[in-house]
Design a protein. Structure first.
Length: 92
């Protein structure tokens, strides 16, 4: 639901309103108490994913360290030599 894009039909001003004419206006112009709902929704839509990512960051670092350490413990010496050559461009 996009509160900022919602509209409401209200009686037109002047003689046209007297004869039943209507116009469309922003919902916030006739019900300004909805503005905190828009702001609150924006804080939830942006803040909640950021909070989840921030909390998952520590878990990600722990898992990454565990996987890296496990790989390097199990690697054969030939793997070390080949990777060093690859990283330093000695193998070219």
């Amino acid at each position: 639901m996009f509160l900022s894009a919602q509209t409401a039909t209200v009686p037109a001003s002047g003689i046209w309103g007297f004869f039943g004419g209507t116009t469309t206006v922003s919902l916030f112009s006739i019900q300004p108490w909805l503005v905190p709902a828009l702001v609150g929704g924006g804080m939830v839509y942006v803040g909640l994913p950021m909070l989840i990512l921030w909390k998952a960051r520590a878990k990600w670092f722990k898992a990454e360290k565990k996987l890296n350490d496990g790989f390097w413990r199990m690697a054969e010496p030939e793997v070390f030599v080949e990777l060093i050559r690859s990283w330093t461009s000695l193998g070219r």
